[in-house]
Design a protein around this ligand. Structure first.
Ligand code: GDP
Length: 366
């Protein structure tokens, strides 16, 4: 499955957010650093209003949303790359996730200790990023020696990998995250970069954790984070972990009233989950039948057989073709039969690149 790791300095609200996300008490929130020691993983449903519309049009009994995982990764402090705090374990845990959700403390509260003794989310972000960059720098410097040698004796693999390594090393030496080279990168180079499994090449979403009263508006700290994120080509969302913790425990009706009172249209977690989904460059396709309407997750750019493989490996192996109806056609025309009659059902083959919202029906050999 697809995994987002929740990182940040101690006491910024990671566990509170994670608990709200998974609605479990597994990651205990408490007012001291290092409370969550083991990484906690939670699967969450990706909210998608299209499911309901499809299920109505397709007369499905059940709705099954797609899911992504969040991992609460604790233990980052200044010096983590040198093994401070839970440094090494922390870095190893980040290595395993596909994207990073970076929680920044944007709320003032004298009762909650800040490890650096002041509220400054941009400086906090730099502290965390610096540890990640130092770790990448060290691991890359260690590996590149070998590749330079091999490249000088015309080793083929080294000759393709080395330029990507050198570019990444240049960025890190300049104090910049490797993420900066992602924009416009060639597909082959991206593959190589992913193979290097660096920490700062993973996409980042900043989560500004604000006080309840500022959830709808943000504050001066969140504006500073917005500016930083924009400069990096990253995204930021404003959330109040305290509100989310509250809302996640309320029945739907009461949750809605509570959100209304806070001037919020939907739970921040829904926004966060969707942003995480975007961050991972994922899209959704659907299968619709009398039994269930179901959402499935694939990488942007996946072809039809790969998409079929998410349901079952047999579907991929024996793939013949996929009947494809766009979401809008399916819903506005009122289901499969009507869409077919209107000529809106296409037969797509092996090379078809699946589009977000496609309603697919696979034909395959067993
Ligand atoms: P972590 O160390 O980053 O996982 O932080 P926790 O989630 O354990 O939160 C640390 C402390 O801050 C706990 O006492 C939380 O109740 C409190 N906290 C978290 N979010 C907020 C918030 O939005 N506002 C306020 N006032 N306190 C918060």
């Amino acid at each position: 499955g697809f995994k987002c790791g929740i990182v940040g300095l101690p006491n910024v609200g990671k566990s509170t957010l994670f608990n709200a996300l998974t609605r479990t008490a597994a990651a205990q929130a408490a007012n001291y650093p290092f409370c969550t020691i083991e990484p906690n993983t939670g699967e969450v449903a990706v909210p998608d209003p299209r499911l309901k519309a499809l299920a109505a049009a397709g007369k499905s009994k059940e709705i099954i949303p797609t899911r992504i995982s969040f991992v609460d990764i604790a233990g980052l402090v200044r010096g983590a790359s040198k093994g401070e705090g839970l440094g090494n374990q922390f870095l190893a845990n980040i290595r395993e996730v596909d994207a990073i959700v970076h929680v920044l403390r944007c709320f003032e509260d004298d009762d909650i200790t800040h490890v650096e003794g002041r509220i400054d989310p941009v400086a906090d972000a730099e502290t965390v990023e610096t540890e990640l960059m130092l770790s990448d720098l060290e691991s890359l410097e260690r590996r590149i020696v070998q590749f330079r040698k091999r490249a000088s004796s015309k080793d083929k693999e080294a000759l393709t990998v080395l330029p990507v390594m050198e570019d990444a090393l240049k960025l890190l030496t300049d104090g910049k995250p490797v993420r900066m080279m992602l924009k416009g990168i060639a597909v082959e180079d991206l593959k190589i970069l992913e193979g290097l499994n660096l920490l700062t090449s993973k996409p980042v979403l900043y989560v500004c954790n604000v006080a309840e009263a500022e959830a709808a508006t943000g504050n001066a700290h969140t504006k500073a984070v917005d500016a930083m994120a924009e400069a990096q080509g990253a995204k930021a969302v404003v959330i109040s972990a305290a509100i989310e913790a509250e809302v996640s425990q309320l029945p739907d009706e009461e949750a809605k009233e509570y959100l209304d009172a806070m001037n919020l249209e939907e739970p921040g977690l829904d926004r966060l989950i969707r942003a995480g989904y975007d961050l991972l460059s994922l899209i959704t396709y659907f299968t619709v039948g009398p039994k269930e309407t179901r959402a499935w997750t694939v990488h942007k750019g996946s072809k039809a057989p790969q998409a079929a493989g998410v349901i079952h490996t047999d579907f991929e192996r024996g793939f013949i073709r996929a009947q494809t109806i766009a979401y809008n056609d399916y819903v506005t025309l009122g289901g499969e039969v009507a869409a077919k009659e209107a000529g809106k059902a296409r037969d797509e083959g092996k090379e078809y690149v699946v589009q977000d919202g496609d309603v697919l029906l696979f034909r395959f050999n067993t």
